[in-house]
Design a protein around this ligand. Structure first.
Ligand code: AMP
Ligand code: MG
Length: 337
């Protein structure tokens, strides 16, 4: 199959929407990362998404809508707290898990009786949803297990020949996937996957916000994941990633002791003046780290890195999302000095 590169003008967005209406797959920019868009209500189209990504069948797809008011068409019940959260954070990078109805096929929800609903703010994604008139399933447009794509070029690299088209909408604003939450009780939400809608932001609406244990910890054998994506090794480049939790001085001496061919470090911008070994920087604060992380992981592979020591980010605010992706990229290999 030839994968067409489309631009973000109206004529091309109409083409993208036609592909989706006809059961085909299109790489689409969103404010989080690029997604592999398909008609979420079309089993055959969804099957193609799982196949193109090599994604395990029990890992559910998020369903993207043009407006939260359409959520009632695909769910059986929407708690009051979900409406309050949607009022504040939709459109934007928030996914709310709700009980699904039978307009969402089981293949889309990975066999679960719930569905993650999101209303993206990116104008290209929004327009394609409107033009197609379909609920759009859009998992990150990477090969399963590899870092998520934050540019059309990344999508082309992973999906060329496997999907109908990619729409180029420039680089993704946030750079990490949406915050996924479940409604736990009347005023309580549980974060299943951290993102740029932070715990602190959710607390403006919820009286309690629980951070699911699996966000920072490896699941024990036999333990059930509240969010199926949590159980897989994820976001990993070919290089071996090792997170190091320490101050800069100890980090420098640790890397010094373990330096060698193909060894790189991923450090904060502020470290770079004094850091003496081969490195890439990934931002000055958590938001910039989120924006750059996946791009840097891909660049490290391009540079031929074999082993990468990463300065561990903060775990507050958007930092929790960065930490969560890195700890999975590292296969939970963390060195604390
Ligand atoms: P991606 O499609 O790559 O952004 O990954 C979506 C992730 O959202 C999945 O791996 C799950 O961890 C989570 N997710 C999606 N739908 C649900 C759901 N119904 N229940 C729990 N987690 C979900
Ligand atoms: Mg993904």
């Amino acid at each position: 199959m030839d994968t067409v590169l489309l631009s973000d003008n109206e004529a091309d967005l109409i083409k993208a929407a036609e592909f989706i209406k006809n059961g085909n797959i299109v790489g689409i920019p969103t404010e989080t990362v690029y997604g592999l868009g398909a008609d979420a209500s079309n089993e055959e189209a969804v099957r193609k998404v799982f196949e193109a990504k090599g994604r395990p069948a029990d890992n559910p797809l998020i369903v993207h809508l043009a407006d939260f008011s359409q959520a009632s068409e695909y769910t059986s019940f929407i708690p009051e707290l979900a409406f309050k959260l949607a009022d504040k954070f939709c459109p934007g990078p928030l996914t709310i898990v709700l009980p699904k109805n039978d307009r969402i096929p089981m293949i889309t929800s990975g066999g679960l009786d719930t569905v993650g609903i999101r209303v993206p703010s990116h104008k290209v994604m929004h327009r394609i949803i409107e033009l197609s008139g379909r609920p759009i399933a859009a998992p990150s447009a990477n090969t399963s297990g590899y870092p998520s794509p934050t540019s059309a070029a990344h999508v082309m690299r992973d999906m060329n020949g496997k999907i109908s088209a990619v729409v180029d909408g420039g680089s993704s604003e946030f750079g990490v996937e949406s915050t996924v939450i479940a409604i736990e009780s009347e005023n309580t939400a549980r974060i299943l996957r951290p993102g740029c809608i932070t715990k602190e932001m959710l607390e403006q609406v919820c009286s309690e916000v629980i951070i699911d244990h699996a966000i920072l910890h490896e699941l024990e054998a036999g333990q059930k994941a509240a969010s199926p994506g949590m159980k897989y090794k994820h976001y990993s480049p070919k290089a071996d990633i090792i997170m190091v939790e320490s101050d800069l001085e100890k980090f420098i001496s640790y890397v010094g002791e373990h330096n060698g061919e193909g060894v790189y470090s991923l450090i904060f911008n502020s470290d770079s003046e004094v850091f003496p070994y081969r490195n890439m920087t990934y931002g000055k604060d958590s938001s910039e780290q989120a924006h750059l992380l996946f791009q840097r992981l891909r660049e490290l592979d391009d540079a031929g890195a074999k082993k990468v020591y990463v300065r561990a980010p903060e775990t507050s605010g958007v930092g929790l999302a960065v930490y969560n992706r890195l700890i999975r990229a590292a296969g939970f290999e963390v060195i604390r000095i």
